[in-house]
Structures are given as C-alpha cells and as structure tokens.
Write a protein that binds this ligand. Structure first.
Ligand code: GLS
Length: 799
C-alpha cells in the first residue's frame, strides 16, 4: 500500500488521542503499541474487505488448513513488512521519538502451538497469502498458549501464558458467525416418512463456538487470507437449569489451554473434545458460507473447497463432513463419501509411535455418538468393498477400528485423496515402512511435500543486517523470490563480500551476546563459535549427544589447559513437555554443566554454555541470525523434517547434522562439503532394529572417553544432579540407549573437529556460509505451498 510518512504520523497521533485520550509525551509502551496496531489494522481493513468481496463474487476454489496448533509469534512487524510500510512507519515513529523495535517488544508472542508443526502452519499462512492463494487457517483460540518456561535452580518450571490479558488487536470477534457444537447424549435414526433415515438426539451437551478472525496479509499484494480461531462459550439461550457454574467452567475449558506436548499423543477426553470442537465449527462455517455465497448445489462443493488435515488431530473432519453432508444437507451416502475423499487431504508429521493417535472406541461412542455410527459405517463398507480385491491381511492391517480403538491416521488416509510426508526421507519411510500397507492399496495417494519456511520473517524481519548486505550485493529481487539468492554464488571468491558477511554475522552475535548478558549474566566472547541447538527437548533430538561432546571438550581442557581450541559458546533453547521427566532431567543437567564450566577458571573463555529460558519464536529471531552452527543431530529416521535447519541455512549458519529429515536435502542443495555430516544412516538404524544387536553398555565399557563422561553424571563430578544424572546414565548404559547416542558419539566428535578446523580459516568458513545462503531458495515455504496448491488442493493463485 502507499503511505507517506506525514500521513502516518498524523494517523498515529490522532488515533492515540481518540483511543487513549493521551498524547505522545504521556503515552506508555502498551498504549503506543495498541495505537500502532490499531492504525495498521485500519490500513489493511479495506484490503481485507475487498479481497473477501472478490472471493465471494469470483467464487474460486479455496483451501482450509485445519490445524490444532499455530505458532505465529508477533505480528506487528510482519504485518508492516507485508503491507510494504515497515520503513515508512519506522521513520515516522522515529520522528515522533519512538523506537519501533521497543514498541514491537510489547506484543506478546502468539504461541498457540508447541513447536515445528505449529510453526510450519504459520509459515504456510504467511506463504499462502504472499503467493496469492485463497487459503485460510482453522484452529483453536486457546486462552492460555504454550507455557512460559522459567529456569529455577536449573529446573524447568512452567508458568501460564496469559497472552490475551491486554487484548489482541489483530483479531476480529465474529459473534454473528457462531455455531453450535454438540457432545454426548443419545442418538437414534428414524424414518422421515419418505424412506430416509434421519438422526434424532436427546440429552446432548451444547457448546457455542465463536470465531475470531485474524488477517493473514500477503507480501506486497492484495491477498488477505483468514486464520479463524474458535473460542468455546455457553450458548445464550441455554435452559436456566443448565446455567450453572460447573457447566460454564467445563465449556470454557474446551478452548482454555493448549496441550503442551509435541509429537506425543494424549489420550484424554478433553483433547478429543477440542479436536471435534474446532473441526465441527470450521466445517459448519465453510458449508454455511458456501450455501450463502455460491447458492450452488451442495453436491458440487468439492469443486470449491479443499480441507487439509494437518496431522491426525483434525482427522474427525472425515466423519464430521460426512455427517454434515448427509444429516444436515441431505446428500446421499455415496455422493457424500466421494465428495469427502475429494475435499480432504492429510499430512503426516512424524513416525514416532507415541504420536500416533488412537482413541478408545467407547470414548468416541459416548462423546460423539453420531460420528461413531458414521465411522463404523465407513469401516464396514470399506471392508466389504476391499476384501475381495486385496485380501484379508491388508484390509485388517488398515482398518479404522481395530482392537477396540479408532486409528486416526487410518481414518485420515482412507477418507482423503492425498497423504504426504514432510521431507523426502520421511515420505519414503511412510511408503516403504510405516504406512506400507496403505501404500499397497492406494499408491496414487502418497506424495512428498518437503517443508519450507516463511523467509520474510526468518531473514527480512529478523536479520536486517544480512538483508542489507544481500540487497547491496545482488539487488532486492530475492525479497520476492528466494531462489534469486543463488546470485550470491558469483561472489563466493569476492573478499570484500565475504568480509561484509562476516561483519553482519558479528553484529548479530554482539546483539545476542548482549541478550545473554542481560538474561543469564554470562559474558560470552563474540569471536567464539556460536554453536546452537534450539528445538523442543526430546530424547530423539539428542540434545544429550551435544552435551556429551561438551563434556569431552571440558575434560580435554582440564587435562591439558593449554590445548589449542577455538573458543565456543554452546547455546541451548528448549522446552520440555511438563510430564516428560527424562527431558526435564536433561534440562537440569545442561544447566548444572553450564554452571560447572562457566565458573571454572581453568576454562576461562574457551567454552561457555548458555541455556536461554523460554525459547519461543521471538527468541529464535534473535538467536538464529547470530549462529555460526546449527545442531541438527536427531537419530536418522526420527526427525520427519525439521525446519529450524532451514532457518539456520538462510542465516548463513553451517549445519552439524545427521542424514535425517530435511537435512539430507539441505546437504544436497548446499553441498556436504559446506556442512558437517555424521552418524548412522537410516538404513543402518533399521539394520540394528532388525538384528537387535546394539549394545550400548559395550561402548561405555570399552571407550575410555565415553566411560569417563558418563561416570561424571553419577560420581559427583557434575554437581547437583543426583537423580537426574543417574536417570541419564541408566538410560544409556542399562536401558540400551534407545536413540544410539553412544553409537554416534565418535563420529560426532570427528565432525566437530572438522568444524573447528574449518572455523580457523575464516575465509573458507565464510565461503561455506555463503554457499548455504545461496542455495536455500528451495526451502522457502512459498515453494512448498505452491506444491500443495498444484498437486493436492487444486487451487489457483490470484494474478
Ligand atoms: C513435527 C516433526 O517432528 C518435525 O520434524 C517437522 O519439521 C514438523 C513439521 O512438519 O512436524 N511433527 C510433530 O508432531 N511436531 C513437529 O515439529
């Protein structure tokens, strides 16, 4: 949009006066932020309204991304950037004596997601709007987002994330578009007199779902999509006898809290209720909107909408869409089924067995009696149809209802036309191993869509320093098309450009060093290698392997204080699920090891260990631009894709990584020689599984370095970790090291040595860094969403 600085300043001052009855000299940070957001909202509202109008008139097909998590972070700067007014507003505010960066800090992170899965959904939201696709989000407006992490005495303590206390300026409550959701009670079918069976209900629990819409603004275009988040409330016309506190409490509980577990299935009733709540609400709204705007035959709806099931949490989309089509809109079963399969598509985000949702049949039957009937019928018809074609074994292995449980992945695969994984290796594993039986039956449904990242947030906003160097070196087209970063390759031997890249990195390191000083009271040397591992704390991600290596360096230096090492700052950021004891023990150990090393005068500046508490999107935006190295060291086959690996690459960090998830594609793109590859391959891991011949205890007993390191967890070397140290020691030596940490240790140490050697040669290092940046284009989520749009949803971008 076009905006002059003068106009902006006038709008801002007027709004400040009308909204808060105050002026520039008296306004506090909250008032300044709320005023700014309100002005920005005014700017985009007309674009949003116009785009909605356009969609209704043109009636093009739209996609709806159903996700139980989104992780947008802060929206102020990205809205400004996408509207094309970031610089104007920054300058205008500066004229008024206000620092935009300070104002931006006031906004709470919108953290209604756990980790990679939720963040991916938000990257997609940005990219869908920025590439001009009509595609909307659908989720839950949790009153409390992901917990805030405090580190107290080395332990993780969880505090509530009450992010809505000061209001949310971006959202629009649409009470007129509320829908009702029903749970429990009894249902029976009765002939309607014309030979049609219709459901009748008794004693249902009624909940109102109220949508809150947040605009997803495209980058310098006219597209504004909608992220619709549902809040649960008590229906206003509810009989007085139900209007009791208990009922109100229960109802508001539904959208009260995000489940704080990543890649883990939680079998609690409330979670199942949440899943049905946002699925039913979203589908009802879509169908109503279709009826209202298109006025076309409901049986053609498959030509106008695509619904995406993001992981299994929204898999109830399949039976709920069937229910709505059949019971509410009078469509016959066969037509409803064909339409459902045509409309739905599904992404699998993990092969970890603990993440695969299965709900007890009785639970589903009691909570969602009509849906249960429909699921049983889907299963029955499919079994009857497929038995003669593919035989009993395949049918049995792929049934939706098995052993008294409803298998959500099976429901999603069967009820949709597309199942994709999120990186090549992961998609291959789905086809070849994890979902092989499904692949035998529906080979055409399987495909890969390698994840991507919203590059605008992950460089233009978070790394202005590097962005500036790029603009000056290769022009600005990369800001619209990330593939244009490949132009940078021409400069790989240009000393001047390499120097500038180094300086940009150095400045970002200074910024992070200041933050570390402020938050942790630790002084770090900006010349040191900033070696970063930021992600959820999970055993398969192997933060522990990183820790063992740090201990090795520490003991090496204790033995030989004059050892010639390149100084390193090891930086961690990670939340553990509150109930994940082992992960919390690792956090405690990292913090105690940090205390031990940082306060050891023998070590001086050579190693520093920093655990930054409350890792979230905003913190990632500070850390990643300053990283020299990104640790992507999951056990091969376990990390479906990873996406922080792409953010590090974009910001010129080198990857220390295993051949897992999207790392493999990163190494392909940027060259193994420009990164550090180590560890077992997926095939070697599976070979161990087949033979059952891994013996971690042998490594512990036979490798004196490993022996010493592991003993330090239990012999008092590392202070204050009595039970936690024991737990970790036992997991490796007695419980046979589930994630092959000890098996990969030597090769990891070797790769770390290679890394150190390369860092000694700053020109060679920066060249490798440049090659990573230059080859990152394909990891833009603009590319990813285009593939979804073309191959799965069949939607077209606005020209
Ligand atoms: C995850 C995977 O663990 C990540 O590897 C992946 O990048 C992400 C997005 O596809 O999805 N699955 C999950 O349950 N949480 C994740 O972060």
């Amino acid at each position: 949009m076009k905006l002059s600085k003068k106009q902006f300043k006038q709008d801002f001052e007027e709004r400040l006066a009308s909204k808060f009855a105050t002026n520039l000299t008296k306004a506090g940070h909250q008032e300044t932020y709320a005023t700014l957001a309100s002005v920005v909202k005014h700017y985009y509202s007309s674009i949003w309204t116009a785009d909605n109008q356009y969609r209704d008139e043109v009636g093009k097909k739209q996609a709806y991304y159903f996700s139980i998590e989104f992780l947008p972070g802060k929206l102020l700067k990205s809205n400004l950037l996408n509207l094309g007014i970031l610089d104007t507003v920054r300058d205008g505010l500066a004229d008024l004596g206000i620092d935009l960066d300070e104002v931006a800090k006031v906004e709470p992170d919108m953290a209604i997601g756990n980790g990679g899965l939720g963040r991916l959904a938000s990257c997609f939201m940005d990219s869908l709007a920025s590439t001009g696709f009509p595609a909307n989000g659908n989720g839950i407006r949790y009153r409390y987002g992901l917990f805030k992490q405090k580190i107290i005495d080395g332990y993780q303590v969880e505090l509530p994330d009450s992010w809505l206390d000061n209001g949310n300026p971006w959202e629009v409550r649409r009470a007129d578009k509320a829908v009702e959701i029903n749970f429990g009670g009894e249902v029976w079918l009765e002939d309607d007199g014309k030979g049609k069976l219709l459901p009748h209900y008794k004693n249902q629990e009624r909940v109102l779902a109220v949508p809150y819409d947040t605009p997803m603004i495209g980058f310098e275009n006219t597209t504004v999509n909608n992220m619709c988040l549902w809040r649960s409330e008590v229906p206003q016309d509810l009989d007085l006898k139900f209007q009791n506190l208990d009922y109100m409490r229960q109802t508001s509980m539904l959208s009260a809290e995000l489940y704080p577990d990543d890649s883990n299935y939680d079998g609690r009733l409330l979670r199942l209720k949440q899943e049905y709540f946002f699925v039913s609400a979203g589908l009802q709204r879509i169908l109503r909107h279709y009826k209202f705007t298109q006025k076309k035959d409901i049986r053609r709806i498959g030509d106008y909408i695509a619904v995406h099931i993001n992981d299994t949490h929204p898999a109830l989309c399949v039976p709920e869409f069937m229910r709505l089509l059949i019971d509410e809109y009078g469509v016959g079963w066969n037509r409803a089924w064909d339409t459902t399969v045509k409309v739905m598509s599904y992404t699998n985000h993990t092969i970890l067995s603990e993440a695969l949702e299965k709900w007890p049949e009785d639970m589903v039957k009691n909570l969602l009696p009509r849906l249960y009937q429909i699921i049983v019928e889907i299963d029955r018809r499919r079994t009857a149809e497929l038995l003669p074609k593919v035989g009993a074994t395949l049918v049995h292995n792929t049934r939706i209802i098995k052993d008294g449980q409803i298998h959500m992945a099976n429901l999603a695969i069967i009820g949709s036309h597309s199942t994709n994984g999120v990186a090549k290796l992961h998609s291959d594993l789905l086809k070849d191993v994890e979902l092989h039986d499904f692949y035998e039956i529906y080979p055409e449904r399987f495909n890969n869509k390698t994840n991507g990242i919203a590059d605008r947030r992950w460089i233009q906003i978070s790394n202005e320093r590097l962005s500036g160097v790029l603009d000056e070196t290769i022009g600005k087209t990369w800001r619209h098309n990330l593939n244009d970063l490949s132009l940078l390759k021409h400069f790989k031997d240009d000393e001047k450009i390499l120097k500038q890249l180094q300086m940009a990195k150095y400045d970002n390191k200074l910024r992070l060093a200041a933050l570390i000083q402020e938050r942790n009271g630790i002084t770090v040397n900006p010349e040191a290698i900033f070696d970063v591992q930021i992600k959820r704390l999970h055993a398969y991600k192997r933060q522990l392997l990183n820790v063992l290596h740090i201990l090795k360096l520490y003991f090496d230096l204790k033995d030989e204080p004059d050892l010639d090492v390149v100084p390193r700052v090891f930086i961690f950021g990670a939340k553990a699920a509150p109930g994940y004891h082992y992960a919390k023990s690792i956090i405690k150990c990292i913090n105690e090891i940090a205390n031990m090393i940082n306060n050891d005068s023998d070590i001086d500046d050579k190693i520093k260990v920093v655990f930054l508490e409350n890792y979230n999107v905003s913190l990632a935006e500070m850390i990643i631009p300053a990283a020299n190295v990104g640790e992507q060291i999951s056990l091969a086959s376990k990390e479906a894709s990873g996406t922080s690996n792409m953010k590090f690459m974009l910001n010129g960090a080198l990857t220390m990584g295993t051949l897992d998830g999207a790392n493999i594609e990163i190494f392909e793109a940027a060259g193994e020689e420009n990164n550090f590859v180590f560890g077992l391959t997926k095939d070697e891991v599976y070979e161990y599984y087949r033979n059952g011949n891994y013996n971690a205890r042998d490594i512990y007993e036979q490798n004196p370095i490993v022996y010493r390191i592991l003993n330090s967890f239990i012999d008092g070397t590392i202070p204050n970790i009595k039970s936690e140290g024991r737990e970790i020691f036992d997991s490796l030596t007695i419980y046979n090291d589930e994630y092959f940490v000890l098996r990969d240790f030597n090769d990891y140490v070797r790769a770390q040595k290679d890394l150190e050697n390369l860092y000694r040669n700053q020109t060679a290092w920066t060249k490798a860094s440049l090659m990573n940046i230059a080859n990152v284009g394909r990891f833009s989520s603009d590319r990813t969403v285009r593939e979804y749009a073309d191959d799965i949803w069949y939607i077209k971008a606005k020209k």
